[in-house]
Every structure is written in structure tokens, then in C-alpha cells.
Design a binder for this molecule. Structure first.
Ligand code: 5RP
Length: 232
């Protein structure tokens, strides 16, 4: 097993200690969240009773394969705890998410949960968000106009950089919700709240990958220790 995977498993194992019998869980997307699903499945197979809302079709498939019981936000609109990965985490526990393209469902599920725990290896910890391109989920209708509006909104905040329509296997990437993703390489984002507000003011923007005030706890696995950061 390589070191990166070992750290993901270590963070996931620590997060599992927060999961109690009977909990309604939000289950994240990505390689770190998948390690959590595998450990959770072991607990379920030993008799723990939990039910989960997956944040993507990809996570749903894995949960079904491993017999983790699933529900929906229609059946179970209020969740106790969401466990998910992140692409970047800053000192205030604001995040960039969406590298796996699941940001919309991830944010809906996190917002429906009493608490969100993020699991990550130490490479995800940054002083300021923005080295990782910010995923912006957009409606396919009006893509050109929406892209221009994102560029203009960013410029007003002193931000610039390439806006790339995400592709996968040579095709435009389509999210589980049927939308496209623009990956915005703005670099360091000095005021993530201002950027979030500006993006939400654009009609074609469905969601963006800035998760502000959602993560209560971040578990960071490093080579020598596991750190738990809590938002006051
Ligand atoms: C998916 C996400 C993931 O949580 C994020 O991309 C981190 O993934 P990984 O654990 O594979 O590094 O936001 O939309």
C-alpha cells in the first residue's frame, strides 16, 4: 500500500470513531471518502446500524457493493453527520471541494447534516484557498454567457486566471445533476466569501466548490500524527 493511501485510511479510521449506532450519515465522494465507506462497511457487517445518503452515483455504487444501507434526502431529510473529503482546507476550515465533480450533492448533503467532518491528508492543508482550481458547476444553457459573467465577477475582485470547461475521456464532463463544471484557476483567493457571493449572483451558476462554514471538524492525517482541527 502506498503512503498516500495509508494517510487516507488513517483519516477515515479516525472519522469512524465519531459514527454512532443509529446515525443518519451523509457519505462523501472521492478516494478518501471511499476509504471511509470501506471501513464503515466493515462496521455495518459487524452489526452497526446506520443509514446513509450518498453524495454521488459513484459513492452509491460502492455503498451498494459493500452493503452499506442507503436512503435519500426525500426519505431522510435531516442527517446527523456527513463525512467527506476535500481538495483544500484553510485555517478557518473553509474548503475547496468538487475535484470529483460531486460538489452540488456534497453541499446539499452537508447542509442537511448537524455536523460535517472532513477527512484529508496533510497535502490538502493550505494557508489560503485557491491553488486548487475552483470547480464552478454551471447550467449547460448559456455556457458562453455564464463563462463571461464569471470572468467579469472575478475581475471585480482582482482575480483572474484560466476558466476551463472540465472534460473526461475527451468529452465534456457532466455532473450527476446534468450540469457542466468550469475549473477556475484564480490562484490565491483572498476573500472566499466575497467570491462565493459574486458567483451566486450569476444566474447560470448552479453551485461552486467553496464550502464556507460547513465543516465543523477536519481530520488531517500526516506522516507522524493525526490532527483534529475544530471550528469554534
Ligand atoms: C469530490 C470531492 C472530493 O472530496 C475531493 O475531490 C477530494 O477527493 P480525494 O479524497 O480523492 O482527494 O470534493 O467532488
Amino acid at each position: 500500500m502506498n503512503d498516500a493511501r495509508r494517510l487516507k485510511i488513517a483519516a477515515a479510521a479516525e472519522a469512524l470513531s465519531y459514527v454512532k449506532d443509529g446515525m443518519r450519515l451523509g457519505i462523501g465522494t472521492g478516494s478518501t471518502a471511499e476509504e471511509f465507506v470501506r471501513l464503515l462497511a466493515d462496521k455495518v457487517n459487524e452489526g452497526m446500524s446506520v443509514i446513509g445518503v450518498p453524495t454521488s452515483e459513484r459513492t452509491a455504487v460502492l455503498c451498494r457493493e459493500l452493503n452499506v444501507p442507503l436512503t435519500t434526502l426525500e426519505e431522510t431529510p435531516h442527517l446527523d453527520l456527513t463525512i467527506d473529503g476535500a481538495d483544500e482546507v484553510d485555517a478557518e476550515l473553509s474548503l475547496i471541494k468538487g475535484g470529483g465533480g460531486a460538489l452540488l450533492r456534497e453541499k446539499i448533503v452537508a447542509a442537511a447534516s448537524d455536523s460535517m467532518i472532513v477527512i484529508a491528508d496533510e497535502s490538502k492543508l493550505v494557508e489560503k484557498l485557491g491553488q486548487f482550481p475552483l470547480p464552478i458547476e454551471v447550467n449547460p444553457f448559456g455556457l458562453g454567457a455564464t463563462t463571461l459573467a464569471i470572468e467579469a465577477a472575478a475581475q471585480k475582485l482582482g482575480l483572474s486566471g484560466s476558466l476551463k470547461l472540465r472534460e473526461k475521456d475527451g468529452e465534456t464532463f457532466v455532473t450527476d445533476g446534468g450540469h457542466f463544471i468550469i475549473d477556475a484557476s484564480f490562484g490565491r483567493i483572498p476573500d472566499s466569501k466575497a467570491l462565493s457571493d459574486a458567483l451566486f449572483a450569476i444566474p447560470g451558476v448552479v453551485e461552486h466548490g467553496l464550502f464556507i462554514g460547513l465543516a465543523r471538524t477536519v481530520i488531517i492525517a500526516g506522516a507522524s500524527e493525526i490532527r483534529t482541527l475544530n471550528r469554534p
